[in-house]
Write a protein that binds this ligand. Structure first.
Ligand SMILES: [Zn+2]
Length: 468
């Protein structure tokens, strides 16, 4: 199925940004009377589709009359509307409409950053909130994207998560939607298939940061035997205080708040974590069955790799380990099993954070044990790479392949971890570069990471320091 998308942004010189986007889609997918010709997401996690003028549908016979109807909720947070054809279509169908960027409501300060919004310089957002698409999200299209930038100031660009400028590639409909589109006066640092993009002034040194991020990506993609895809980080300035990020297909939208102070170290730590998510995966059914692995791997490798590359000092790495792994002992929820944490994941942020800390502790210990058992021949990464060969790896695959690689049975340690029982941190973990000292910690009841709300209760914890 062809899905040829053409985007033509309109410029508002007074506002210095994109004011509207003309969308044109050509597809060779034909439908019979009563079948759905196209769909759009009315809302996704409560974020609405962009304001839109009615779409026109035409084929070689002229206008195609359509009726709209709503579908059932998908994954409980996606609501779609479908355009049903009132006659058979013939040959290629052309869909045209105009959208304007979303204006966030007064007092709004939320993510994920799926919405297409304008800031000085241009627009940035995901396809979910402005693209009509073929009804089957899991289908694949011969997708092409062309940018008509004639309405924009000289030097403007259009960039998509999976390609800069005009491009064509086989792409799943899901990936067309869950990827970022940016147009306008785009600043960029691009190196090979990795890029970092921003509009105006950023509260961090964008060039320096971009260089580091692209280096980190190239290093990680070699380690994880990446098949050579693109990776892009898009930066947006929120119209409200506070920032964060949203992971999309082979890309990430990083947002900073109005007046935020962002250090390059914080940004590096965040982006390193997000970047690892391109690779390790584990089936998370029931919820909690795979979170410890996916988030633990991201926490572990985003700590280990910058240290090994020398772009993060040992002192700073010790701080990061204390924060990522050490916080485990301060969490009042640390006695809960992985599946219990999975049940409370969306309602209690203490339970949301815990699998990250449990995962990095367990995986760093396991890495040290594998290196010892194999005389340094094998590491945790060998297990991660073996799992990447499977289409939908599970915890059972991890135990089976892990045992073959490590030469010892992973099950007892794994099952204890699932119950919430962890042995003390292994001093050989993290390259053996840190001493681990038992200490007393105060329980921290805060919901948000970085916040502190100390309880009057103490627990046994650990501190990491650089080995002298
Ligand atoms: Zn993560």
């Amino acid at each position: 199925m062809r899905y040829a998308l053409s985007l033509r942004p309109q410029w508002d010189a007074a506002a210095g940004t994109v004011s509207a986007l003309d969308v044109s889609i050509r597809t060779d997918r034909t439908v019979k009377t009563g079948e759905d010709l196209a769909a759009r997401i009315l809302s996704i996690v409560n974020i609405p589709f962009c304001p839109m003028e009615p779409a026109s549908f035409t084929d070689r016979q002229g206008p195609i009359p359509v009726e709209t109807h709503r579908g059932a909720p998908e994954m409980s947070f996606i609501y779609r509307e479908f355009y049903r054809a009132c006659r058979d279509t013939e040959g290629e169908t052309c869909i045209r409409y105009r959208i304007t960027p979303r204006v966030q409501p007064e007092g709004y300060r939320s993510s994920p950053y799926f919405d297409l919004v304008a800031e000085k310089g241009g627009i940035l957002g995901s396809g979910t909130t402005f693209l009509l698409h073929p009804p089957a999200l899991d289908s694949t299209a011969d997708f092409s994207l062309s940018w008509n930038l004639s309405g924009l100031p000289e030097g403007s660009r259009g960039v998509w998560s999976l390609g800069a400028g005009d491009c064509r590639r086989e792409t799943a409909v899901n990936d067309i939607l869950f990827s970022a589109y940016m147009a306008g006066k785009v600043n960029a640092i691009e190196e090979g298939k990795a890029g970092f993009y921003w509009f105006a002034e950023t509260p961090f040194p964008a060039e320096e940061c971009a260089g580091e991020i692209t280096r980190l990506f190239h290093h990680m993609s070699r380690l994880f035997h990446d098949k050579g895809g693109d990776y892009r980080v898009f930066t947006r300035r929120n119209h409200f205080p506070g920032g964060g990020g949203t992971a999309l297909t082979r890309s990430y939208i990083y947002a900073y708040g109005e007046g935020d102070r962002v250090t390059i170290e914080e940004l590096q730590a965040l982006l390193a974590h997000e970047m690892v998510h391109n690779w390790p995966t584990m089936r998370d059914n029931p919820p909690g069955a795979g979170t410890w692995y996916v988030e633990g791997s991201a926490e572990y490798y985003s700590t280990l790799i910058p240290m090994e590359m020398g772009i993060c000092s040992l002192e700073r790495t010790a701080e990061i380990i204390n924060e990522k792994a050490g916080s485990y002992y301060e969490n009042p929820m640390r006695g809960l099993s992985n599946l219990e944490l999975g049940k409370r994941y969306w309602t209690d942020r203490r339970c949301q954070r815990l699998p990250y800390a449990r995962g990095i502790l367990y995986l760093s210990n396991l890495d040290a044990a594998i290196r010892r058992a194999t005389g340094g021949e094998k590491t945790l990464l060998d297990i991660e790479l073996a799992l990447l060969q499977l289409p939908d790896p599970t915890a059972e695959d991890f135990i089976r392949l892990g045992g073959e690689i490590a030469g010892f049975d992973l099950r007892p340690g794994y099952e204890a971890m699932c119950r919430g029982e962890l042995p003390p941190p292994d001093p050989d973990a993290f390259g053996g570069k840190f001493t681990v000292t038992p200490c007393k910690v105060k329980l921290n009841n805060a919901q948000h990471r970085g916040d502190t709300e100390l309880l009057d209760e103490e627990a046994d914890g650990y501190r990491w320091e650089v080995k002298r």
